[in-house]
Write a protein that binds this ligand. Structure first.
Ligand SMILES: Cc1cc2nc3c(=O)[nH]c(=O)nc-3n(C[C@H](O)[C@H](O)[C@H](O)COP(=O)(O)OP(=O)(O)OC[C@H]3O[C@@H](n4cnc5c(N)ncnc54)[C@H](O)[C@@H]3O)c2cc1C
Ligand code: SF4
Length: 332
């Protein structure tokens, strides 16, 4: 039994002030943090409950986009009519995750900050550099079927488990943060980090930072987009590989492409070269496969997960085909 204190924040400033101390953690929906506490992976001394802060709205932005409150629930976000019609890939990504009960509880901010599902991270009897820096990595040379094929390091080969984040990466969302130093905006590509030699650090947030909102730009690729999740079970399973794809089409020709992958790296994976390889090209499986090969050029499998390289290629081709077809584009 480990004791900890609990305090309910009555304002963002109150939450940030309390979170300055080390050993303090915010709790929102609690669906990840409390599991990790029960497994003795995380041991905060104080929980600061932010769940009642007024950060749960979904609002229009002056730029024509949407601001998703950090405390808006995943379910409320997925079923918001504006999200469904203007950002269908985001709605689809959220609904591909977890279960209805979890999505009712889980918040958008918490989803961004959920921890990896690497088995060794959860098992305190095994070494894990992310849980205990310097202890080693159980997955390298261990059971690594669900692990990374891109951007890994010799310290950690974990993947980020979120579905929501893959769509946010493809959409070029921006994370709004308030911390001890004031407010700032973090482009989504800079929010999560690769493991390098500090795998215990998942994001570029600083101690005491509170995520307040996520801004979606005006363009949602609503006409030609999809989210495809490949997993071991049809529901209630994390992605082996997932793809968020968005296209701007000019007849059968691609004018712009967005492609983000989940389940393959420590962060949602985008590759500007792969996206550029599609521009000006016809929407055909051959072009999609060529772009997939650009994206996967540095992919490296481990003992149990090399299958993910071909799976990712096939998933990219399928997702782009589905996205291209959306509004009557001729089947390639
Ligand atoms: C069985 C199961 C299956 C799941 N399957 C999937 C899946 O398929 N796909 C998927 O994407 N997710 C899945 N999830 C994960 C789920 O989506 C996350 O647990 C959830 O999104 C976390 O949100 P929360 O509000 O409960 O976060 P919490 O558990 O409250 O917090 C998580 C972390 O975020 C921090 N935090 C929370 N809010 C803020 C904030 N505003 N500012 C700064 N820090 C903050 C907390 O301190 C904590 O470190 C699954 C979870 C479970 C338990
Ligand atoms: S892959 Fe990362 S999270 Fe998993 S055991 Fe290795 S260091 Fe820990």
């Amino acid at each position: 039994m480990r004791s900890f204190t609990y305090a309910r924040a009555d304002s963002a400033a109150d939450a940030i002030g309390r979170a300055g101390a080390s050993g303090t953690a915010f709790v929102a929906g609690g669906t990840n943090l409390l599991d990790l506490m029960k497994a003795d992976v995380l041991r905060p001394d104080e929980l600061v409950d932010i769940s009642r802060l007024p950060l749960d709205r979904i609002e229009e932005t002056a730029e024509g986009g949407l601001r998703l409150g950090a405390l808006a629930r995943n379910a409320d976000t997925a079923y918001d009519e504006r999200v469904q019609t203007r950002y269908p890939m985001l709605s689809k990504a959220i609904l591909a995750g977890a279960s209805a009960q979890l999505r009712n509880m889980a918040t958008n901010g918490g989803n961004l900050l959920q921890r990896t599902r690497c088995y060794y991270f959860y098992d305190t009897a095994t070494p894990c550099n992310k849980r205990e820096p310097g202890s080693g990595c159980g997955a390298i040379g261990g059971v690594n079927r669900i692990h990374a094929i891109l951007g890994a390091s010799d310290q950690c080969i974990a993947v980020h488990p979120s579905d929501l984040c893959v769509a946010l990466a493809a959409l070029d969302a921006v994370v709004q943060v308030t911390g001890p130093e004031g407010e700032r905006s973090i482009p989504f590509a800079e929010f999560h980090r690769l493991p390098g030699d500090r795998p215990e650090i998942d994001t570029t947030l600083q101690p005491g930072d509170l995520v307040t909102a996520i801004d979606l730009p005006a363009r949602g690729f609503a006409e030609h987009s999809t989210y495809l999740k490949i997993r071991d079970r049809a529901s209630y399973a994390f992605a082996l590989v997932s793809v968020a794809a968005g296209l701007e089409m000019d007849g059968g020709t691609i004018r712009e492409a967005r492609l983000a992958l989940g389940g393959v790296a420590h962060k949602p994976w985008r590759d500007p070269e792969a996206e550029a390889a599609l521009v000006g090209k016809p929407a055909t499986p051959d072009q999609f496969r060529a772009a997939a090969r650009v994206l996967l050029r540095d992919a490296k499998g481990h003992e149990h997960n090399s299958f993910k390289i071909e799976l990712a290629e096939r998933a990219i081709v399928r997702a782009l085909t589905e996205a291209a077809e959306r509004k009557g584009a001729p089947r390639p």
